[in-house]
Design a protein around this ligand. Sequence first.
Ligand code: PLP
Length: 429
Amino acid sequence: RSPLAAVDSRVHEVLLKQVRQERTTLKLIASENFASSAVLEATGSIFTNKYAEGYPGARYYTGNEIVDELENLAIERLKALFGCEHANVQPYSGSPANQAIYRALLSPGDKVMGLPLPEGGHLTHGWSVNFSGSDYQRVPYGLHENTQQIDYDRLRDTANRERPKLIWVGATAYPRVFDYAAMAEIALEVNSYLAADIAHISGLIVAGGHPNPVGHCDVVGSTSHKSIRGPRGGFILSRNEDRHQALHHPKNQHNLAKRIDRAVFPLLQGGPHINIIAGLAVALEEASHPALRVYGQQIVKNAKALAQALLERGYELVTGGTDNHMLILDLRDRPLSGKAYAERLAKAGIITNFNMVPGDPRDPAVTSGIRLGTPAVTSKGMRQGEMVQIAAFIDLICREPADPDVHASVRKDVADFCAAFDVPGITDR
Ligand code: PLP
């Protein structure tokens, strides 16, 4: 018996249920993935016990030389993978990373431009119920009505009119590539900071499956647990020097890297989660291998294959397809809401999330869309052929959403289909 089984049979049972679910279902949530057993081992290690407020070489606790070695390793690996000057690996997750970016660059009340949530932006890009929308003035930019892609011309006009201090480029539900060069040009024109949020696409960037914002942006925030397959956490990449020092921080604040570090600790956080930094370091080592390149590119090939198969079955997709790891089914012309379809798909073992689509007439609590992502099924070893089968499963459920017999039979077929694939972190030991 494992220590967990011996000490706490209830939690152990729940864990086993989750393991069974992961083995027998299709995880199509675009923001989820499977961390490897090596990453899980480091994340669940004795580093969870350490307190290490501060940064390598400057801690508020003694006995942290080994932790310094670990944190420096994670930092150096990030800098090498993304080609950036500075990296902070302490943010507890993606939202805290973004919060630190705000605090390092802006004062409360400053203007921030971002993609609104209903069009694919994240809560932290200036949405009303989030600190980013209440503490700062939000200036939304949007999608082109016809293409449903970012309207860079309109964005430029809005930026020139509004003169924001920060522009975000990044999203949580946007299936196309970001034009960082165009965004950098606009930011330069209006003398604004440019921050990229690569939470979803960090693994694709390392794999060469999406352009790298480093070099175009002042700051880059990310989670570490999505396409890059690390533990649940966040990181920030930045330049060392602030290009905007004279304008925004006239008093001795020209070192952007230091401002980011101080915003993370001590302004917003206390002790870093050293076990998470250990897991991140391992994920970054894995990401430096050629296999990650193949994996990241396969994610995109799979998303395109799934999109194509769904289009052939008559489904509408936001922007008409995908360039990255996700696609958004537009179900506005269907009888049920996105939520209702997502719940029925889940009954059949197809795990997704419901999502707003541009111009969605339904409430955000139900929506008219479903977001699908391929990072997790790609981690299981699935390829384009499997995507065609997954599209067939989805279609069966969406065509017969009220028939419990169909749900049950697809549930069984999905479980049989999944049985042929390893589940990283569970069967890769
Ligand atoms: N940024 C983007 C683009 C995201 O999609 C997410 C999460 O989904 C976050 C930030 C926030 O990450 P977390 O939920 O870990 O705080």
